[in-house]
Design a binder for this molecule. Sequence first.
Ligand SMILES: [Zn+2]
Length: 362
Amino acid sequence: MSTAAHSPPDAARQIQFLRKVQRILEEGHFTATYKFALVHALADLAVQYGDDSGGPLHLPVRAIAERFVELYWRQVAPWPAIEMGTARPPVLAQNTGRQAAVVRMVREARSDFGDRLDRLRARDGEWEALATSVDQTIRKMPLFKLQKVGREPADEFLYPHRLKGRGADATIELRPGIAFCFRTFHPLVLDLVRGSWIRFIRKLNPELLGERTDLGEFLFGAQRSTLEAVRVPLADLQDGSCFYCHRELGRQVHVDHFIPWSRYPVDLGHNFVVAHDRCNSAKSDHLSALRHLENWGLRNEKYSYELPRIFRETGTANDISLSRGITRWAYRQVEDRKGLVWVKGRQLIPLESGWEELIDAA
Ligand SMILES: [Zn+2]
């Protein structure tokens, strides 16, 4: 989507991007949590669809809508309140007035499918209908309100306020340099967004929340049901041994995000491996050393038929080229920051060279 004529934004423009995003989150004129969902979605999609050339990026509004559904799906689960004694378990308010429209739509869908977003996805008609309604709603709000702060005219620094294309194919165009910045600062942007989102929800739901501290986990944790569904089939595929240390798994089989959830919070099938709890905790939020990356590639290649079948049967979203793209992005981040990668136990080493070739081969 980019051309050779572009180059990455310089440091001054990158800082300016961060200041403006921060300002939107702090001051934007909003009564619902949509703006948080939208910035979150833009950052995620820039990683999925973009590159680091500094060029512009067309993003389908439909893809933004689907990301909204994924983000809110978890959040509209009944809040685990201690007592209530109410007939209907409480759902956290996401709006100062009436519950936000997208939240109502997602909540309704969730009442039929519970935690299993994957099951809804497998029903083409229903998934299509929900994504289309959300798509139409966000075109009215918040897509063209996000960049308006206070009484000033909108500062359209992220994307111009107009759609390209029509109907289900409509896109917005991120300006040159914006996808680059979202990709470079993805962890920072997500921290900003989530922190603001959590504070906003706290303010809206004082009675329900009190002093509870697990709100962040509730709002943004991984979808446990997806992880659970792939656990046994992946363990079988790995012959019952740990992906990292190759020893027998025994009973402690943990589904690990190869690219840690904290770095890129999307559940895509190829990103799952099974490992010991202790290997998983030791790896923590680190990327893996090259030996593991190589094994990940070999696994994907060796089971290029079985993996998609497992994902299909368990309703797990998957796309190997997308997973490769996210993996490449994540390793580049570590390389740019001269970060460390995990080998085993407490052993961390500088990222070795040759990771790009391994991912391309995966
Ligand atoms: Zn292990």
